[in-house]
Design a protein around this ligand. Structure first.
Ligand code: ZN
Length: 384
């Protein structure tokens, strides 16, 4: 069976909680091989993490090359007895298909596979270019043995992608309301203020970092990092904890620390952002306060796919099927699109995200049908 509903059901019935594959990639491998795809399965490893299965499948050797990306791993089901139809049932009731991953994002993958199989059937079994699938089992957890290594593996073999559609649940309320065309970057750090420890009765012999870290937190929080950009809201620095770790009531502590996270837009790179915040800290410290920032490594850079022919054809396909003109949004958290964006323009469009990661995750069956039509519309326009 090659319709989106039965593919979703077959995928949901594989309990592929990260790092387990539980047969999920095999479902796709069988379908794609039968349609003439060149299918590769690879297991990636890294010390301290679980081995993860991945899949890359391509049909055609010419440009343009469109790739559909996604992940077959899912988050744990939680209390399985609380599910109406079983966490991995894939059953349909009252027009909804139930099961962990139905929305995030086995349903999205199933729709892209169904759309591609239909497209090939209607076009003599061959695309006017290349179509591929870039599917990992490592998105929901540490994301170490997944898309990053899959993209590197492809690059080493000379695979070049022109455009990517990532089928993550991008819609907020109804199918067709949102395409994600970018994400803010994320950068965390710790503000460290060094004082001099001493007795509270003899403060002249000590230097208290507590009032100083308070001043610095206010200084760094008060000044906006920018005023937004064409595609993004303003960047934001948010302190999340302040820690002195002092258990004594009569001791001035020697050091105070405060953690923060910055979500930043395309006015910055990680490097320019760090320089900006370091410089503001230096100004706020003056000659008196001794403080520095410990920056944490981050693999989450900002990216944006600018409006153009590729976003236009996606919008047109979505409008035709749903009657809605989707917002091109850069809101929300991160996804594997941040890695793919280093290789080609990427947009995210999938199902409606409302029930993802919840008990009774489910999608309307009608949305699976519509999303398949949208992907088919994308393919027709892309190769037309
Ligand atoms: Zn997801």
């Amino acid at each position: 069976m090659t319709d989106a509903i039965s593919i979703t059901r077959d995928l949901v019935r594989c309990p592929s909680v990260t790092p387990a594959d539980a047969g999920a990639l095999g479902v796709l491998e069988n379908l794609l091989k039968a349609a003439g795809f060149d299918v590769h399965r690879m297991t990636f490893s890294e010390a301290g993490t679980a081995d993860i299965d991945n899949l890359y499948a391509r049909i055609g050797s010419e440009a343009p090359h469109i790739t559909f990306a996604g992940h077959t791993d899912v988050v744990p089901p939680g209390d399985e007895s609380a599910w109406t139809l079983g966490a991995f049932s894939g059953e349909v009731k009252d027009g909804f298909l139930y099961g962990r991953g139905a929305v995030d994002m086995k349903g999205g993958i199933a729709c892209s596979v169904a759309a591609v199989l239909q497209y090939l059937k209607d076009n003599g079994g061959k695309p006017k270019g290349s179509i591929s699938f870039l599917i990992t089992g490592d998105e929901e957890d540490v994301s170490v043995n997944g898309t990053v290594k899959l993209l590197k593996w492809c690059a080493e073999r000379g695979e070049k992608f022109d455009h990517c559609v990532l089928g993550e649940p991008s819609n907020v309320e109804v199918l067709g309301d949102m395409i994600k065309v970018g994400r803010r970057g994320s950068q965390s750090g710790t503000l460290v203020v060094d004082g001099v420890q001493g007795h509270v009765a003899y403060p002249h012999r000590a230097s208290n970092p507590v009032p100083d870290i308070s001043r610095l937190i206010v200084a760094l929080s008060d000044q906006p990092l920018d005023h937004g950009s064409a595609q993004f809201q303003a960047s934001n620095l948010e302190f999340t904890t302040v820690d002195v770790g002092n258990t004594a009531g009569n001791v001035i502590p020697g050091q105070a620390r405060a953690k923060f996270n910055i979500r930043f837009n395309d006015n910055h790179t990680q490097e320019t952002l760090r320089r900006l915040v370091d410089a503001r800290l230096e100004t706020a410290c003056g000659n008196r306060i001794r403080a520095h920032i410990e920056w944490l490594p981050s693999n989450s850079n900002v990216f944006v796919t600018k409006p153009g022919p590729f976003t236009d054809l996606a919008v047109s396909a979505i409008e035709e099927v749903t009657g809605r003109k989707p917002e091109l949004s850069t809101s929300g958290g991160t996804s594997d699109a941040r890695f793919i964006s280093s290789y080609c323009p990427v947009i995210e469009f999938g199902l409606v995200g409302q029930t993802m990661h919840q008990i009774d995750e489910r999608t309307p069956v009608s949305d699976l049908e519509k999303l398949t039509k949208v992907y088919r519309g994308v393919l027709d326009r892309y190769f037309g």
